[in-house]
Design a protein around this ligand. Structure first.
Ligand code: ATP
Ligand code: MG
Length: 280
């Protein structure tokens, strides 16, 4: 299966989330069947990120959006723990500060975009400004409705500067969300993760679904595609996201740079006696 093709929101199409099964797990019935594939991809992720860092030409921006308990944190952990932290970063976007609110909505986001050779994950993103802002009417429609075009322009700017953009919506069912909230209540180590707002936001499920459908339909482009990842099974979510990152990075045809020195000459100058010693 080509994961990129399979899960991409076709640019220009109208997405209906109800048509996508959040429990889909491809040709795997359970986690154990996928383990070998997941491990192989983690190795590939490490190699590809090394290449990206060494080549210093491309960068990668991964955007994660989901409803509460959708698995953003787990996905960040899965993808980035396979890579060298030196070339990676995570930026999380929570409620804007007064200073951030005094600027345009992209102001706080842009400085976190990855520079050449780097991988950055956005845990929530500029899309909050057409999601929570729309659902809670934090800005009038006349304001948020113009933001889709602004987002597309912003992402086109990043893309034309060498940034590959992959955007993932982690798609869970309403039942799965409730089950995960309950696990957070039952597991003392995870109690801190649950809040009142998780339950009040849940009541707005349909409004969020509509807002996500619009955002993903209007802002899935060739240079910055959205993917809807079935995320009821955490292992399949990790597998699918990692696969898409690997497929995309492989498509960049990255190469380690040519050496900046004459290797033969250096070897002759500094290592010839070592070779002699070895022989002797
Ligand atoms: P998460 O839920 O992402 O794991 P968290 O539970 O640690 O994070 P929360 O305070 O629940 O922290 O999440 C951040 C909150 O900030 C979310 O409710 C999100 O909708 C909100 N938020 C993010 N960006 C904006 C924005 N631009 N305007 C208003 N609210 C925002
Ligand atoms: Mg939360």
């Amino acid at each position: 299966m080509n994961y990129r093709k399979h899960f991409m929101v076709t640019p220009g199409s109208k997405l209906k989330l109800g048509k996508i099964d959040p429990s889909f797990s491809g040709h795997h019935q359970h986690r154990e069947q996928a383990d070998a594939e997941i491990e192989k991809d983690r190795k590939k992720l490490a190699e590809l990120q090394y290449l990206m860092y060494a080549e210093d030409k491309h960068s990668l921006l991964i955007v994660l959006q989901a409803l509460d308990a959708g698995g953003k944190d787990g996905t960040v952990n899965h993808v980035l723990s396979a890579m060298n932290p030196q070339g990676c970063a995570v930026a999380g976007f929570k409620q804007p500060t007064p200073k951030e609110l005094a600027h345009d909505f992209l102001w706080r986001v842009h400085p976190h975009a990855p520079g050449r050779g780097r991988v950055t994950v956005f845990n929530r993103s500029h899309y909050e400004d057409v999601l929570v802002v729309r659902v809670h009417k934090l800005a009038p429609k006349s304001v948020w409705s113009k933001r889709y075009d602004m987002i597309n322009d912003f992402e086109a700017t990043l893309a034309s500067n060498g940034t590959t953009i992959l955007k993932f919506f982690l798609h869970i069912s309403k039942e799965e969300q409730l089950e995960r909230f309950k696990q957070r209540i039952d597991d003392p180590a995870r109690n801190w993760k649950i809040s009142d707002s998780d339950y009040t936001e849940r009541e707005l499920w349909d409004d969020y679904t509509e807002a996500f459908e619009d955002a993903l339909s209007k802002c899935s482009t060739e240079h910055a595609p959205w993917f809807v990842i079935p995320a009821n099974h955490k292992w399949f979510r990790n597998l699918a996201v990692a696969r898409i990152v690997v497929e995309t990075m492989e498509g960049l045809n990255m190469k380690t740079p040519e050496p900046t020195v004459d290797l033969a000459e250096i070897k002759h100058r500094y290592h010839a006696d070592v070779q002699e010693e070895k022989k002797g």
